[in-house]
Design a protein around this ligand. Structure first.
Ligand code: HEM
Length: 450
């Protein structure tokens, strides 16, 4: 072997082997369980992710190794409910001085590889690098999601739900089958644009300020935008992030629920009966009244458990001196996360974890589900960086779902059987079409006259 071959071939291989040896036998995380290849090199997990198989693989690994798995040399995945507050929750414990570090828990910083920058050069609430700046943005954006701001948006939501329902009635009349993922996506995207988040219109909207008495979402933010608020560039960045964060997730969430309802006739029948017997007419299905339907909310929560729109872990990094996670100090600089699909579907947290059982979320659940660890499921995450749009999303989804089952009988078409199981995950779901036969409840066209 000549010298260049030695340098270009043998040395890198030797480097990889030495690194793998260090990772397995000397690394601070060496005592954490996990598959050998994952503990030795990041390549194994990278390959699994590129194949879109991360969700099933990590679920299997948690089944084998328990509540914490070392999935890359420097990455730990958790499925103990306590990991949510410890990693993402509000900070508790000592913040400064000698006792800081291992004693402190919660709100760990986002791991550096998860932080991206924006095309316009301004940060948005998701990628803003400092805690102080995040708080500044969040404080201002909170106004957009107050109870009164959400109530003010109800006519807009209603307008788009009306359009969805009318178009689905037209499809039903023609006997056409629909891709419900696409229909939900169209609805939530159209509605978000109307909220004036759209970047093209956002600039114009920001310039108008609140002088026009326009009570859209943006006005709630602009009203409080003083010198401690956001620059024009930041407002623009956040307008885009709101569209992305808000529309697709809601559509995915609803698609998952619709799929599970169609697979579970018992639940579908119970929900349909509840909605159709509670309201005398479709006009009575209002945001306030649907909130009172406990079973409807339980269906939504079970949907968030069985098909979380964000199925992959949101990476955070342990801090100086290590961070306290699920009763142990995890060494400084480790990337940690809760893996939603694994925690939600683990028998460690739920009875019949693979079944769609909304009853587990009722105030008085059947005995079999009384010991479920409901806090283990957090589709909106927890803590200071959890979903700011949670209440809006829940209000919107309650209304859409109630109106859907009020109007239609839904049937899963053969080509979409196995829809969920066949989907790959590339950080987010692949979002395959979900083909549904939609039958109007009023086959004779007497819609709403029941
Ligand atoms: C069912 C629908 C939704 C789900 C499942 C969902 C889920 C999430 C999750 C898991 C996070 C945490 C992300 C992280 O830690 O990096 C998040 C953050 C966020 N979500 Fe949602 N979301 C939904 C709907 C919405 C809606 C409707 C909006 C707004 C219109 C929205 C706006 C945001 C924003 C701005 C953040 C960043 C918050 C921060 O960093 O302080 N989301 N969402």
């Amino acid at each position: 072997m000549n010298q260049p071959t030695l340098v270009f071939l043998v040395l890198p291989i030797l480097g990889i082997l030495l690194r793998a040896f260090y990772n397995v036998f000397l690394h601070p995380l060496r005592n954490y369980p996990g598959p050998f290849l994952c503990r030795a090199t990041f390549l194994k997990w990278m390959l699994v992710q590129c194949q879109g198989k991360s969700s099933n693989y990590l679920q299997a690994m948690h089944k084998k190794y328990g509540h914490v798995v070392r999935i890359e040399p420097n990455v730990l995945s958790f499925i103990d409910g306590q990991a949510w507050p410890d990693i993402y929750g509000h900070k508790t414990g000592h913040r400064t001085g000698a006792a800081a570090g291992a004693n402190a828990r919660g709100n760990l910083p986002k791991s550096s590889y998860a932080v991206r920058t924006n095309a316009n050069g301004y940060a948005d609430i998701v990628n803003v690098p400092t805690e102080a700046d995040h708080r500044r943005m969040r404080r201002l954006m909170n106004h957009m999601f107050s109870a009164s701001a959400i109530a003010g948006q109800q006519p807009i939501i209603r307008k788009y739900v009306d359009i969805l329902i009318a178009r689905l009635h037209a499809k039903a009349a023609l006997g056409e089958r629909v891709d419900i993922v696409m229909w939900y996506k169209n609805l939530t995207t159209a509605r978000k644009n109307e909220f004036d988040f759209a970047t093209l219109r956002a600039k114009e909207r920001i310039t108008q300020g609140i002088t026009m008495e326009k009570h859209d979402f943006m006005s709630y933010m602009l009203k409080y935008n003083d010198e401690k608020g956001m620059s024009e560039g930041e407002l623009m960045s956040n307008s885009s992030v709101l569209i992305i964060a808000g529309s697709e997730t809601t559509a995915i969430y609803l698609s998952g629920i619709t799929y599970h309802l169609m697979l579970n006739p018992r639940v579908m029948k119970k929900l349909t009966h509840l909605v159709r017997s509670t309201f005398a007419s479709e006009d009575d299905i209002t945001p306030n009244l649907v909130t009172e339907l406990e079973y409807l909310t339980a269906v939504l929560k079970e949907g968030g458990r069985t098909y979380p729109p964000v199925p992959s872990g949101l990476p955070r990094q342990t801090t100086k001196g290590g961070s306290f996670i699920v009763n142990q100090v995890v060494p400084e600089g480790t990337v940690v996360y809760v893996h939603p699909m694994s925690i939600n579907l683990s028998p460690m947290n739920f009875a019949d974890p693979l079944e769609f059982v909304p009853e587990r979320w009722l105030k008085d659940p059947p005995a079999k589900y009384a010991n479920d660890n409901l806090e283990a499921t957090q589709p909106f995450s927890v803590g200071p960086k959890s979903c700011i749009g949670r209440n809006l999303a829940m209000a919107e989804m309650r209304l859409i779902l109630a109106r859907m089952v009020w109007n239609f009988d839904l049937e899963l078409c053969d080509e979409s059987r196995g829809w969920k199981g066949s989907q790959l995950v590339f950080n987010v779901w692949e979002k395959k079409p979900l083909i549904v036969k939609v039958t109007s409840r009023w086959r004779d066209g007497q819609r709403g006259k029941s």
